[in-house]
Design a protein around this ligand. Structure first.
Ligand SMILES: Nc1ncnc2c1ncn2[C@@H]1O[C@H](COP(=O)(O)OP(=O)(O)O)[C@@H](O)[C@H]1O
Ligand SMILES: [Mg+2]
Length: 323
């Protein structure tokens, strides 16, 4: 496992919560080594993180290497997938100002600034972030709630990074929330430029609608979520197969937005989040199945990287990497 793969699938189980424990729910999964979970049958992933995993360990396993790539001029995406209350938001955000419980996003922010402070003075960094959600295929900017249906362009909804943590933001588990960090670097002496983008995506809950449960607007909402998650799965699966010429990016707004950070020479990490409780067994199995859809591409990320890049001044169509 020394050469980092272009796509990786991590699986994280949360502990039983208080309600589940007080009901006497059983914890079902058994963990085998660091890459296998047994739930009826074994499921193998790049890494499996058992319920006792700490946030720091999750960060180091799932995200730290992506920060290096983005600072090196590549694009990347990290997704958290799973049913509602499986631990997606805990994994991506966690408790923001708590050094032990903070999740991937605040740790990434910290790492980026640490990196910048350690760099050569000739390097100038421009960092922009945006935070938006997709609900029923409409985009809403979460840093400026007055804008409700933004066009799919990057330039309009960016604000300076430092403002973000100041603002309490309510997100909804029925929408996909997307945090984008773009980093541009310029060496002021040599005028060489490098840019990379990182999308951090807390997906809408993947639970199935029960046959009798939802009606009307709720049913439309659930169908829309299932459709957009299926579209995402199809895009990543098509990219994993590698040989397929058609990647169905156009099937959902989210995959259209993420297009330049999923294909080509980008790094994608999917963290599938699972409940250990017997009461969630069916959903957990369906989450595990989703994670098993993506075989690793035959060529590793490093192999792709060693191919020479086109030396034009225009951006790579797959990655947006300039140079
Ligand atoms: N690994 C974990 N350790 C401790 N508590 C967790 C863990 N994962 C989730 N939780 C808690 O479980 C609840 C549901 O998690 P949350 O991240 O909000 O789920 P989701 O975003 O998938 O709906 C929250 O109160 C959260 O703090
Ligand atoms: Mg959530």
């Amino acid at each position: 496992r020394s050469a980092p793969a272009e796509r990786s699938v991590m699986c994280r189980f949360r502990p039983l919560n208080d309600a589940e424990r007080s009901r006497g729910d059983q914890s079902l999964p058994k963990f085998n080594g660091d890459d296998t979970v047994v739930l009826g049958k074994p499921y193998v992933f790049d890494r499996v993180l058992a319920p006792n995993s700490e946030q720091l360990q999750v960060y180091q396993t799932c995200a730290r290497h992506i920060v290096k790539d983005v600072l090196g001029g590549y694009n990347g995406t990290i997704f958290a997938y799973g049913q509602t209350s499986s631990g997606k938001t805990h994994t991506m955000e966690g408790r923001l100002h708590d050094s032990r419980l903070m999740g991937i996003i605040p740790r990434i922010a910290g790492d980026i600034f640490e990196h910048i402070y350690s760099m050569d003075e000739n390097l100038e960094f421009h960092i922009k972030v945006s935070y938006f959600e997709i609900y029923l295929d409409k985009i809403r900017d979460l840093l400026d709630v007055s804008k409700t249906n933004l066009a799919v362009h990057e330039d309009k909804n960016r604000v300076p990074f430092v403002k973000v943590t100041e603002k309490p933001i309510a997100t909804c588990s029925r929408s996909h929330s997307i945090f984008l960090i773009s980093i541009k670097q310029e060496n002021v002496e040599t005028e060489t430029k490098l840019s990379g983008k990182l999308y951090l995506v807390d997906l809408a809950g993947s639970e199935k609608v029960s046959k009798t449960g939802a009606e009307g607007a709720l049913l439309d909402e659930a169908k829309n979520i299932n459709k957009s998650l299926a579209a995402l799965g199809n895009v990543i699966a098509a990219l994993s197969e590698g040989t397929k010429s058609h990647v169905p990016y156009r099937d959902s707004k989210m995959t259209r937005i993420l297009q330049d950070s999923l294909g080509g020479n980008c790094r994608t990490t999917i963290v599938i989040c699972c409940s250990p409780s017997a009461s969630n067994e069916a959903e957990t199995k369906s989450t595990l199945m989703f994670g098993q859809r993506f075989p690793l591409p035959s060529s590793s990320f490093l192999d792709l990287r060693s191919q020479s890049w086109p030396r034009s001044s225009s951006a790579c169509p797959h990655c947006g990497r300039s140079q």
